[in-house]
Design a protein around this ligand. Structure first.
Ligand SMILES: [Zn+2]
Ligand SMILES: [Zn+2]
Length: 384
């Protein structure tokens, strides 16, 4: 019921409250509470629409949830539409339980690294010259898979090539056994986006050993959760072959082990184990340490040619070991450049194969710094 109080202006004495006839309706009641009719109708419509939208979204997500793969279900966020977001904000399904985190660390980090170093124990007992030669050849090929394939091509798109060659280089990179190909690219793109800040996965700014190896045993949802990973490598995940390589990196290594073992057994007596151990365990262990040094040493030691916002440096001995990856300050200054060596004496063994591919018309749109940018540290990139 609407109550009105009239005040006599001159005297200022309140009259007795009266009840108006229109105040008996619900509209009148609401109007008495401060709502106008139009305002009420707009509010009711807005509320009903928001309710319908969210009910529909939630029902749909609930219905689809059993169909989603387990890994995607875990990282899924249910976002409320705007009006409700103010009231309910965001309903988040936990990203990962402690067991899920442990499982991720086990099969992505501990199992590959642990098996490599356990297998290394066998090396002195099955030495052979052919085994060492095989390891060196495979070391070079998988090293190219890392620096040319996963780094310069897939992470930075420093050049373009045919799909079959891109997939071949990615497969060689996967055989480097440094996590899945897609995971490797995620980590490296995050590294460039937040180099030497607290958000950098492997900065050595607080501890050399953390940047070298310990960071591998820290769960990082940006790498582990599919929906978060999508932000960094949506382009790669669109290719089912890359997703396959990422998922089956251990299986691929096991397949190589079996092939080397079989081939060695066919060629000569007791060569099978030697080829398998040197071609897989010894090669991967050496490759791991060189790659770890790129993260730690090249952000710790060396000279600086260009002003960057991080601690990257040019480390000559690492550049020789890591096919040019040691020219790390140059690389941070020109991340998209296919060429890491900028001075005549900065030999970049990873750039030579790209030049060869370019000469054979198997690579094009090769990005290198223009002379202006090269000298001043700014300016556009030139495609050569
Ligand atoms: Zn770096
Ligand atoms: Zn890079």
């Amino acid at each position: 019921m609407r109550r009105t109080t009239r005040v006599t202006p001159l005297v200022g004495i309140a009259e007795k409250p009266v009840v108006s006839p229109e105040s008996a309706t619900p509209m009148g009641l609401l109007s008495g509470m401060g709502f106008s009719e139009i305002g009420f109708l707009r509010f009711a419509g807005f509320f009903a629409r928001a309710l319908l939208r969210n009910a529909r979204a939630l029902c749909l997500k609930k219905a689809l949830r059993p169909l989603l793969p387990a890994a995607r279900r875990r990282g899924k966020l249910i976002r409320m539409s705007k009006p409700f977001a103010k009231i309910v904000t965001t309903v988040a399904i936990p990203v990962a339980t402690p067991w899920q985190r442990r499982w991720w660390l086990f099969h992505k980090r501990i199992l590959p690294i642990g098996s490599t170093y356990l297998g290394l124990v066998l090396a002195p007992f099955c030495f052979s010259v052919s085994g060492v030669a095989l390891a060196v050849v495979l070391l070079y090929l998988t090293g190219l898979g890392v620096t040319v394939g996963m780094h310069r091509l897939l992470t930075h798109r420093s050049f373009s090539t045919h799909r079959w060659l891109e997939r071949t280089l990615a497969t060689l990179g996967a055989l480097a056994f440094q996590g899945g190909v897609v995971d490797w690219v995620v980590v490296h793109r995050i590294h460039h986006a937040h180099a030497d800040t607290d958000r950098d996965p492997h900065t050595p700014k607080d501890s050399f050993w953390r940047g070298h190896v310990l960071w591998l045993f820290v769960y990082d949802p940006r790498v582990a959760v599919e929906s978060l990973k999508q932000r960094y490598v949506g382009d790669l995940l669109a290719d089912p072959f890359m997703a396959f390589l990422n998922r089956w990196s251990i299986g691929l290594q096991a397949l190589l082990f079996a092939i080397l073992y079989g081939a060695g057994e066919i060629i000569g007596p007791r060569l099978g184990l030697s080829w398998a151990v040197y071609g897989v365990f010894v090669r991967v262990a050496v490759l791991h340490q060189v790659a770890f040094l790129v993260n730690s040493a090249s952000h710790t030691w060396g000279y600086v040619s260009f002003e960057t916002r991080d601690r990257s440096a040019n480390c000559w001995w690492l550049a020789l070991l890591a096919l040019g990856e040691g020219w790390h300050n140059n690389h941070h200054a020109f991340p998209r450049s296919a060429r890491f060596g900028c001075r005549w004496y900065e030999v970049d063994a990873g750039y030579l194969p790209i030049r060869l591919l370019q000469a054979l018309h198997l690579a094009w749109d090769v990005v290198v710094p223009t002379p202006v940018r090269h000298d001043r540290g700014s300016g556009p990139l030139r495609r050569g």
